[in-house]
Structures are given as structure tokens and as C-alpha cells.
Design a protein around this ligand. Structure first.
Ligand code: HPA
Length: 247
């Protein structure tokens, strides 16, 4: 039995409410274990797999996530379509806290992460096309589902992936803004590129948790505020996903 849609939940999203007939799959891959057991269940008539990117206890830092194992495990369960849900900081004016965004571009500022299935595999290097890092058809489905569900989402934007786990300095964000970044997060890469290597359809649903450093009025970013905003934003995710699956 295949999986109609897989979700990788980021900070603030550790389960998908509404899933029925749930089973937890412990999957091993050639690249090691994924971040946690994968929860597979039914949402309406469709089969959905859910994986918490940082583990359900949130004990895996962004740079420590085994992105290869996560994607390989989802594919081995039969998933061909993955939505990465990512908490982000907002840089662009219309991307403030609690806003949902479906980005269409990214810039990778991460370092020291394993970025390809080719690494250490002994296989010939493959250069994937990554001009459009997200799958257009899956992005469209997300946007259509949001419109149908009456959930406001911003269509497009450039996701800047930083190393973390610390938040950025104001100067770093100022540079990212000059580079053309609209959002900043720590987990968008190498996930998107690895999904492309596996031939998976992949789109990002970004949940704005806070204004990025220096973009809001406050001198510092408070964690309480981040979590409060994420709670607000994640509440809309199951509705959006259910609508997407109906189409
Ligand atoms: N920066 C990077 N990652 C994030 C942020 C941020 O401000 N907020 C949530 N994830």
C-alpha cells in the first residue's frame, strides 16, 4: 500500500491531528535511522506518513538531523510526495509572525552537512537540476488547498537556510535580505536537494514564528513568543493537509 502524502514536521509540529488507524513504523535505512518512528495513518480516504524532523522530543538539532535517512525512510514506506513543514523567521514585510508561506526559491548558507546521497556511496557524482528547488505541481496543490480551506498563505518567497541552532545576528539577516531572502530557517537544506536526488515531489510549507533578527520592533527574539506563534500557525496545518488530500 502506498502513501499518498508524507509530512516532515518541524519545530512546533510533532504530530498530525486527525490521523486514524495509526501505526508507528520503525525504519532503518542504509544511511541510518530517521529522526523518529514514522507515524502512518489514514486522513479521510488517504494514507499519510508523518515524521517529526527533530524527533518527537525535539532533541535533534537542525545540523544533526539525518536528512538522508528521513527521506529514504519515507520513500521506502512508499511515499513519492513530501511536504516539509518548517518554522522560520520572517524577513519580508508581508511575512510576519503566524503567516504561512509556500516559498518558491532558496539560498543555502548551511555548512558541514551531508548534502548528497552520493557522499560516501562510491557511486558516480550526480548533478541534479535545482533551478526550481520545489516541485511546482505540489506547490500549486498546497496553494489551491489553502484557498479552498480559506487559509491565507503567501505564494512564493526565497527561503534562506542557515546553520543554527542559534538564531542569526542582525548583520547576517541584513545580508540575507540584500541577497534576496524573504524567510530564514535552519532545516530547509539539504532536505530539498536530497528529495530531488531521490526523485520525490517536494514542497515547503513555512510557518513564520518570529520576525528575523532586526526585522521587528523588539531588540531580542523571545522563545515564548516563537512557541506561541507556532502553536497558532500549526493549528492550520491539519486542515490544509486534509483539504490537499481531498483534491
Ligand atoms: N532564524 C532561523 N530559524 C528560525 C527562526 C529564525 O529567526 N525562527 C524560526 N526558525
Amino acid at each position: 500500500m502506498g502513501i499518498d502524502l508524507a509530512l516532515i514536521g518541524g519545530t512546533g509540529l510533532y504530530r498530525l491531528s486527525g490521523l486514524e488507524e495509526v501505526v508507528e513504523e520503525q525504519v532503518e535505512t542504509r544511511w541510518g535511522a530517521p529522526s523518529d518512528r514514522i507515524v502512518v495513518g489514514r486522513l479521510g480516504t488517504k494514507r499519510v506518513a508523518f515524521l517529526a524532523r527533530h524527533g518527537r522530543q525535539h532533541d535533534i538539532a537542525p545540523h544533526e538531523v539525518n536528512y538522508r535517512a528521513n527521506l529514504q525512510a519515507l520513500q521506502s514506506l512508499g511515499a513519492s510526495r513530501v511536504i516539509g513543514v518548517n518554522a522560520v523567521g520572517g524577513i519580508r514585510k508581508d511575512m510576519g509572525p503566524r503567516i504561512l508561506v509556500v516559498p518558491d526559491q532558496l539560498i543555502d548558507y548551511t555548512h558541514g552537512r551531508i548534502t548528497s546521497f552520493g557522499e560516501g556511496s562510491g557511486e558516480p557524482v550526480r548533478h541534479i537540476d535545482f533551478s526550481e528547488p520545489y516541485t511546482a505541481s505540489l506547490r500549486s496543490k498546497l496553494l489551491e488547498a489553502a484557498a479552498a480551506a480559506g487559509i491565507e498563505v503567501v505564494d512564493g518567497g526565497c527561503y534562506g537556510a542557515t546553520q543554527g541552532p542559534r538564531l542569526e545576528t542582525r548583520a547576517e539577516i541584513a545580508r540575507m535580505r540584500r541577497d534576496g531572502c524573504d524567510l530564514v530557517g535552519m532545516t530547509g537544506m539539504p532536505e530539498a536537494a536530497l528529495a530531488r536526488e531521490l526523485g520525490l515531489e517536494y514542497a515547503c510549507l513555512a510557518l513564520v514564528a518570529n520576525w528575523a533578527a532586526g526585522c521587528g520592533d523588539e531588540a531580542e527574539i523571545s522563545l515564548e513568543e516563537i512557541y506561541a506563534n507556532l502553536e497558532h500557525a500549526t493549528a492550520r496545518v491539519p486542515v490544509l493537509i486534509a483539504r490537499l488530500l481531498e483534491s
